[in-house]
Ligand binder design. Structure first.
Ligand code: Z5A
Length: 210
């Protein structure tokens, strides 16, 4: 039985997901929720962190095929959901996830062009009916997001994709978010202070209704 809630933060690189995960966790703690756990995907377990490295760095002499990448992401997700997220929710903890399944729909579906039917079958096989209670999609233009990330100095395998790739990812995010009442779209191009205020408002309103 699920006692806690699962809130996911999504968006392109540089959208501010890690920053917002921290803001959401703080807002929940201030609202009196005693245990708040933060996760990230791919990652969050021993297996997931190893797969994260593989997905981000690739292999030296062999391109990672799109379907192989998809299966690695789901292997990491299966391990995280079963080993960390579901047990946490069952004991009453709230979980704030830096990315979850919507990333796969956007990057592997919109970006890589894997058919929706394939993604949906895999999602249903791995996750069954398990879904987040709330998703905040931080919307940013790919150029602006990559500009923020560039300040870190180096790009990982995915960040080296073309601007067109990220435009397709963003378009898929927006299409999915517009269709789903449990996804809230937040413009991520405002200042940190404006975003912090907006996140606080969204969480306060959502808590009062749920
Ligand atoms: N991936 C996938 O393809 N399919 C999947 O199913 C999943 C993932 C789950 C790893 O993701 C990669 O895996 C990712 C997608 C793929 N590919 N890429 N590339 P990740 O989440 O670990 O990496 P990321 O998306 O690249 O995260 P990030 O670059 O760390 O960005 P972020 O978490 O959204 O932002 P941040 O760290 O909070 O902020 C980035 C910088 O911007 C930082 O310097 C901040 O100080 C700054 N920032 C934040 N907010 C602002 C505002 N409001 N104004 C100005 N500057 C700001």
């Amino acid at each position: 039985m699920k006692l806690g809630r699962f809130i996911v933060i999504e968006g392109l690189e540089g959208a501010g997901k890690s920053t917002v995960c921290g803001l959401v966790a703080t807002a929940l703690t201030q609202a009196g929720i005693s245990e708040v756990l933060q996760t990230r995907e791919p990652g969050g377990t021993q297996l997931g962190e190893q797969l994260r490295l593989l997905i981000q760095q690739g292999l030296p002499d062999e391109p990672l095929q799109a379907t192989a990448e998809l299966l690695l992401l789901y292997a990491a997700r299966a391990q995280l959901v079963e080993q960390v997220i579901k047990p946490a929710l069952a004991r009453g903890a709230w979980v704030v996830g830096d990315r979850h399944d919507l990333s796969t729909q956007a990057y592997q579906g919109g970006g890589r062009g894997i058919a929706e039917q394939v993604l949906n079958s895999l999602r249903d096989a791995v996750l069954g009916p398990f879904r987040p209670d709330l998703t905040l999609y931080l919307d940013i233009s790919p150029a602006k997001g990559l500009q923020r990330v560039a300040q870190r100095g180096s790009f990982d395998r995915m960040e080296q994709e073309s601007l067109l790739f990220f435009q397709r990812v963003r378009a898929r995010y927006l299409a999915l978010a517009t269709d789903d009442p449990q996804i809230v779209i937040v413009s991520a191009e405002h200042s940190r202070a404006q975003i912090a205020q907006q996140i606080q408002q969204i969480i306060t309103t959502w808590l009062s209704r749920n």
